[in-house]
Design a protein. Sequence first.
Length: 533
Amino acid sequence: MKQISAVCLAGLVFLSGCATQNTAPKVAQDAKPTADSDALATTPESAPESSLFGRFGFGNNTLPLQPVTLVPSSSRQVAPLFAPSDLWDRMRRGFAMPNLQHDLVQDREQWYASRPDYILRMTERSSKYLFYIVEELERRGMPTELALLPYIESAFNPQAVSSAKAAGMWQFMPATGNYFDLKQNVFRDDRRDVLASTRAALDYLQKLHGMFGDWHLALAAYNWGEGNVGRAIARNQKAGLGLSYAELNMPAETRMYVPKLQAVKNIVAQPSAFNADLPLIENHPYFQTVEITRDMDVALAARLAGVREEDFRALNPSLHKPVILAAGTPQILLPWDNAKVFERNLQAHTQGQYASWTVWTVPSTMSPADAAQRVGMNEAELRSINHIPPRMLIKAGSALMVPRSTTMREDVTGRVADSGQMALTPEMVTRRTTVRAGKRDSVASLAQRHHLSAANVAEWNGVKPGAAFKPGQQVVLYLPMQVKSTVASAHRGRNAPATRQRAQAANRTQATAKRGSAAPVKVARAGGKTERR
């Protein structure tokens, strides 16, 4: 009992010590040193440190109270109490564009509503990309219904190509893509890249909105071109007419453009009103970026990530070739759950090469057969992987994809990865023709005149190389000519059937070569009829 009393007494002494006020003076924050360097000025009104009121400026402290300054809020919107249930809900909360009231909107609503399979296919395809686009729009403070624009442009198909050669989800023309720094070369086309094309599209839309001050006009300019919209506005101004989207004179495609977007927006806003069944899109990222530092086969990257190659290409649609060049494409997109799998498997991949392909720059103009022989490839395989059509020569400086030796350690340089192109030129084809020999004409003189071999001229006519022709004699020659000349002759009906077929084939290959080129055209619009399905 005495021991317990002693313990209680000690506790009381301890508590009383804690309650005792500290009488040491507190140094004022604005005090200055006195003449005595060892002394500090103090304020007699300073409250003891142990006093709660003293610490916060109450009680005996005479410091004046400062009025509270009112700060205006950055937004007048009331923050929602609950997070969006899914991405559709999140998108609806960010709708900010004025609704377009037009008969064409109802027309497009009925068109979409009568095609539920088409809507389902589009929306399921968009599920990989929509979260990222909505986040980018919110980050920029842009209306979230703009995330629906790829439904109108490409049905959210990153591989879509229009009749006007616009490409990707956002349908960029080559020249417009170049303007917004979307690389287009033999290895990749950033107009199809998910991140790069979205960045460029939103930059472009913001630029257009800044020019016209109206989202409907900005969208019209995105489809038709800013110059065309500007001239249409100027014409209406001169005629004293209205300047809104619905009042401008524009092509049918552009006239229907915003009504299509408004119709899709209305369906997303109230799917039940149109008997539409939108697939669930979770309100979280679908993909994650992963850095790569070495050239790597697409097939290997997909295998290390544990995804099908077609799914890998759906997230990385800009890649033209079976290899990823790290200097040009330093990051890839992978499904969120597969990103860690890829990194773990990449660390464990210590045996075998990462890339089985590399790039060879053609030193001089040559045929595909000669190029294949130089790099030790089968000609058909060289043509296939580099998309070289028949009857074309490979021009000097072209970048060709060729097998990479197992001992090669260097990856493709950034200069080649970013600017590599392939230029083709048509082969020379020949046409059988006849000429009349003049006085003193011989095999040698005709061969020299037409830049032919005397041996060939002699062989074609069944004579000796030193023979002479009689005046007026018909001499058979096979004259070389460019493909375009052959095509023109074929249209005039002057070619034999076999030559005509050869000319037509050459015409097709020449057109194919032009389509494969990334040379920009003088078009600044992003729309065009597109194969949507």
